[in-house]
Design a protein around this ligand. Sequence first.
Ligand code: NAD
Ligand code: ZN
Ligand code: ZN
Length: 343
Amino acid sequence: MTRKMQAAQVEQFGQPLVLKELDIPTPGAGQILVKTEACGVCHTDLHAASGDWPLKPTLPFTPGHEGIGIVTALGAGVTAVKEGDRVGVPWLYSACGHCEFCLAAQEPVCAEAQFGGYTQNGGFAEYILADPNYVAHIPAGLAARDAAPLICAGITSYKGLKETQARPGQWVVISGIGGLGHLGVQYAKAMGLQVCAVDIDEGKLEHARRLGADAVVNAKTGDPVAAVRKLTGGGAHGVLITAPSLPAFKQGVGMTRKHGTCVLVGIPPGDFPTPLFDVVANCITIRGSFVGNRRDMAEALAFAAEGKVKADIELQPLSAINAVFERLAKGEVPSRVVLDFAG
Ligand code: NAD
Ligand code: ZN
Ligand code: ZN
């Protein structure tokens, strides 16, 4: 008899997820089976379930790209991991390994890349199939629940900060202090940067202060661009926009110092107006950043293993996923919800 597992699937865009019993998949050649211990809930999962983006997943699918678990079965030919290893199954589920981008360690933009919880079933399930060459290796001593947010929110905010090219002592703005941003503040401090946190929620800003932000700006009250320019003496050297909200993007460009870099990682559907003259005359770089490569993953996890970064988590059961999505949509999740499969 085939063994069954619980999973939460998107059957229709914009509709609640459906909890079901599915067959536990069998790993094919070159695949592994991971028994989920914990899976973070990213705002991207909400975009995926809403069908927000031009490239849509095929229905039905299981979201979740912050799944951490134990390898329980190996398909033929697998040598990169062994049974019992703790791994994470991230957004970058797999890539071709031989195109110009893969050769340059830019595998997130590989044309053949597969995305966990999007083009491949993800971690909102008791078991996940994975590609052993692309899983995250969780350092010993890091609990699954603590590691979960790091394999998307962590790596993305860390890589985005690197992409600002801001140097120690310089200012960065982090706009959006949710799942990504609350980790971004900690990475930025560990990288020796001066941090200004921007959000529209006082609670998130107080949290940013507790996490070490040097300054906070509420974008809902007053003019956040003027406030940042005054604070930093002409704009931040680097700006990282994680907010899933279009107004934050134009503001972020306005907060960028001359010759500075504004890195976009939030992906609300739509476009934002760019003040062309200001960008050109001030030599501002606007750059997209998409998760990170496998080296960035190892680095992002190492900060946590060394105790420099810690995700703030709220544990919930898989069965609570629809209520969690509702709160996430309203900005009511303090930092990161992690689905706990251990219980
Ligand atoms: P989240 O919901 O946990 O956090 C979003 C935060 O932004 C909240 O604190 C909210 O209060 C704040 N916010 C909302 N409007 C704002 C505004 N106008 N100005 C400033 N702050 C504002 O979301 P998350 O999980 O951190 O994800 C954020 C975004 O990043 C999503 O769009 C997600 O899809 C995207 N994302 C991108 C990548 C990538 O590789 N580029 C990876 C992961 C997530
Ligand atoms: Zn994510
Ligand atoms: Zn490739």
